[in-house]
Design a protein around this ligand. Sequence first.
Ligand code: NDP
Length: 406
Amino acid sequence: MIGVVVLGSTGSVGENTLDVLARNPDRFRLVALGANRNAAKLAQQIRHWRPAYAALADAGAASELTQLLGGSVPETRLLAGAGALEQIASLPEADSVMAAIVGAAGLRSTLAAARAGKRLLLANKESLVMSGPLLMEAVRRSGATLLPIDSEHNAIFQCLPPQSRAGEAPAGVRRIVLTASGGPFREATHDALAAVTPEAACAHPNWVMGRKISVDSATLMNKGLELIEACLLFGLRPAQVEIVVHPQSIVHSLVEYRDGSVLAQLGSPDMRTPIAHALGWPDRIASGVEFLDLVRTARLDFQAPDTERFRCLALAQAAAREGGSFPVVLNAANEVAVQAFLERRLNFLQIAAVIEAVMATATGGAALESLDEVLAADAEARRLAHESLTAQPVARGHATTRGVHA
Ligand code: NDP
């Protein structure tokens, strides 16, 4: 039985992971669940799974959880506070750790799993974007196995030669192609983009995901973060990664070899495929995903992304080229701007404006050699992003109707 820890169990990837585990009860044992503050959902999961440990980062929510359970699941030890997630990420009884916390909040627990030599199933792309060289070094040192959960990177992993090693350029590969759905506003005009609402941004045409990644998909920042992620995971230069819009989200990504062969991974757009792939690897296990019907799909379209309308992608490409602290700055400014958009304090186009302003003013691009340096660059970029929020002109769009630019 493989012991599994699910960090971010109350989120979209977390719930999909539990769904795949439930389909394979003879293979996996759930050791621990972790989340931030959704005590009600975590209580349900604890009652159902009865894991050895459960953790909430938010101490207030953890007391609510204790009350909700009222001692009804004595076999589950409840832990609270930020350090609790690091603790469950490195439990000796855990073989595999699903890192599915959203944003920078997942950094420490992801690093803890890498340092503890676990099989690290990496959905939390922000932690890799922030601490790429540190995380890859931790994986190498501890002998951890890093398996990508992002559907595109999981697709690439499946198309690479089996002997490829994390972070090292794979033999014979000329370049990779990351596909992007284009999000819900693929065909929207620049003016229309200024007026889109958080609800529209979170209604993705092909995927059901958490709110932050849904907005990232709508701005194409998600593809930019994935570009940085791909370079780190597969030892590639940004120039070796092409981004292609593919509205059907059936071809999840492609690898082009020196001899002209192109290998692709296809499937229904459902995160349970990459989750099942990484949980079972190298075996194939049931995922519950609807099988692909090519005749019904009928068309596969591809087009170039528009980096004029979707400035976030251009900014991420610049950060990937510059390297050093720029990916950290990009990620931090994006998290602040997306949160402000979700709270209607910023309009959609101003997300890129805030990130651009922060990238222009944040300190240098020197390589970050320690977690402290990463956290300092992250903190500075967040401070600059908050300053930039208040400096944004009141633009046409939903943000203006709430009078938020106080
Ligand atoms: P959700 O918003 O659905 O879930 C986020 C999870 O993170 C929740 O369990 C939440 O707990 C937890 N969390 C949030 N803030 C904190 C915090 N401060 N400390 C500890 N835990 C926290 O996100 P998704 O599942 O959509 O995405 C998770 C990650 O996976 C992201 O990095 C995303 O980019 C990546 N990913 C997601 C895909 C998808 O299809 N959804 C596809 C590919 C990658 P709580 O509920 O208690 O707040």
